[in-house]
Design a protein. Structure first.
Lengths: 288, 281
């Protein structure tokens, strides 16, 4: 009887396990093996560490790595701090229209990454709405070349991602804040704590596990950034917004397909994810 | 309230109002653009026009095969969601209900797949699926088939984890009682668990449908023939045009955002619960 149930239990999980092994773990091992092969398309020959050595001198790769890390280092902290501030404002029960504000700020999460990227591309086009508005308000005299100036293009990508994902992170913090007893805050108010003190010394430490979770989540997401740069700037101008994922895509489909080299580049993302998640977990532990 | 507290209170509202405007404006603008001719859009109009049907006509008569892409997206999203609900929920259910050491280890192994970036799978998956095209039966999930996009989204660590977490709230007494009544293990799952866990399924349906509807990178690789393209691929193609027709483009954006917007407004609670995974919404 027990054995029969055990067998059935495996039957429940077998379809999922087959799919995950076939389409995640097996390809992952394949990618690792392929990264040691060189050649165009399916004419592969063993090349040892050649692909990894090539990474060291490939300036486009270095640019992609730099951009990806730049987006990570600037965008993730901005978004997380912004989401924390918004959620601590929205956690105030005396606030009017809380539900309305929460829904409005979450709204960007319903759009597909491609759809919002196109909207942002149109809004920030040189003859787009943002430039028209800034010129009407006399803030600028000439239209800003958001898409063709490398610094502006990077800023635009950061603005876009922040718009799309801040509300998403806010929801996690709001859920976390709900589990904190109001009396803790009331006690602090009686002791004369200011809003900032409450935020810095209560909200942030109490939400630490959730902040850690969301920052790991955002780190993994940003390291794989693709849809936005592909659709807003196409990685341009002059590769100034190209990301690692997009570079892999280019190696595969824009240039002559080089499976081995693309696989080697993709393992850089794997290593970065593992290392950065590990560091964040360590730092998170230490501050306890 | 002290004067300082009053000022702080007003500042809070101002911050929230500004953020609300920033969050909602792109939605407002895309509807404005969809109802105006492209010329008006570039002039920076902010009033709703009456050009929607014209934009729609242009969109439908263009060579982008918009209706076809809509159908492809819908077909893929519906089938993916249906299969994922059966396959992933069964696994999540079993990992919780039939807990033992071996299965816990296997579950942790499944979770590990969450860490694997899709970028690392791009190369081998593309090669694997192009090989499927040469094999009978498997050719149905080869490159340029709806199946290729469906098959890799049926079992995900996220969904299995989501179902396992939520199964904790499922009363185990029900299982014992059903066994005494002579129900088999599969019957218990299909006839007791599934109907009891409606809200969990609702949240999972919303998030799976949305993920599939919005999926971009894998379809971009797997679906390269024009008649197989899904909505995000069509939108992307429009966006990269050098002389974009903003009216038509935003009409396409509005129509493709509509299904997820409707899901959000009618199932807000499940939507948020699904998107945030295990955190109770």
């Amino acid at each position: 009887m027990k054995n029969k149930v055990n067998l059935k239990a495996w039957i429940f999980t077998i379809p999922s396990l087959i799919l995950i092994v076939s389409f995640v773990f097996y390809p992952m091992i394949q990618a690792f093996i392929t990264s040691f092969y060189t050649g165009v398309a399916n004419n592969l020959s063993f090349g040892g560490l050649a692909n990894y050595q090539r990474l060291l001198t490939d300036t486009t790769f270095q640019k992609a790595l730099f951009n990806t890390l730049l987006f990570l280092v600037i965008q993730v902290p901005i978004m997380i701090i912004l989401a924390l501030i918004i959620s601590s404002i929205l956690n105030n029960k005396r606030l009017k229209l809380r539900g309305f504000f929460r829904t409005a700020i979450f709204l960007p999460c319903i759009t597909s990454l491609v759809a919002y990227s196109i909207v942002f591309k149109s809004l920030f086009a040189s003859d787009g709405f943002v430039n028209a508005m800034l010129m009407n308000l006399n803030i600028i005299a000439e239209p800003i070349n958001w898409l063709t100036n490398s610094t502006c293009a990077r800023i635009l990508i950061i603005i876009a991602i922040t718009w799309r994902w801040t509300g998403y992170n806010m929801i996690f913090y709001l859920a976390g804040l709900q589990s904190i007893d109001d009396s803790v805050y009331e006690a602090a108010e009686i002791d004369g704590a200011t809003g900032f003190q409450k935020f810095r010394y209560m909200t942030v430490p109490l939400l630490k596990p959730i902040i850690l979770f969301t920052s790991i989540n955002s780190t993994i997401g940003t390291l794989q950034l693709f849809d936005e740069t592909m659709n807003i700037t196409q990685g341009g101008p002059a590769n100034s917004t190209i990301t690692i994922s997009q570079y892999i895509y280019n190696i595969l489909f824009k240039y002559q397909p080089n499976f081995g080299y693309a696989a080697a580049v993709s393992f850089v993302i794997v290593v970065l994810i593992v290392v950065l998640s590990f560091i964040q977990l360590k730092v998170g532990d230490k501050n306890d | 309230m002290t004067k300082q507290a009053k000022i702080l209170n007003i500042v809070q509202y101002i911050v929230l109002i500004i953020l609300t405007i920033i969050s909602v404006f792109p939605f407002f603008w895309m509807i404005v653009a969809a109802t105006n001719p492209s010329v008006e859009v570039t002039k920076g109009t902010l009033t709703f026009g009456s050009y929607f049907t014209e934009n729609l006509k242009t969109l439908l008569s263009s060579d982008l095969q918009f209706i076809n892409a809509f159908k492809n997206s819908l077909f893929i999203a519906v089938i993916t969601t249906t299969l994922a609900m059966i396959v992933s929920s069964a696994a999540g259910y079993a990992f919780e209900v039939y807990k033992n050491k071996t299965r816990d280890k296997v579950f942790n192994f499944v979770l590990l797949s969450m860490m694997v970036p899709f970028a690392a799978l791009m190369v081998p998956l593309f090669r694997l699926f192009s090989n499927f095209n040469k094999v009978p039966v498997l050719e149905n999930i080869g490159l340029n088939t709806n199946g290729s996009v469906i098959i890799i989204a049926i079992a995900t660590a996220f969904l299995i984890f989501f179902f396992r977490q939520n199964t904790r709230t499922f009363p185990k007494d029900l299982i014992e009682a059903a066994r005494i009544d002579g129900l088999g293990e599969f019957e218990i799952f299909a006839r007791i668990y599934m109907p009891t866990m409606k809200s969990t399924y609702a949240a999972a349906v919303v998030v799976t449908f949305m993920t599939s509807w919005n999926n971009y990178l894998w379809p971009l690789i797997a679906l390269q023939s024009p008649e197989k393209r899904t909505l995000p691929l069509i939108l992307s193609a429009m966006g990269s045009s050098y002389t974009p027709d903003y009216g038509m483009m935003m009409t396409a954006v509005v129509i493709s955002t509509l299904p997820t917007a409707l899901l959000f407004f009618f199932m807000q609670k499940q939507f948020v619960a699904g998107m945030t995974g295990s955190v109770k919404g």
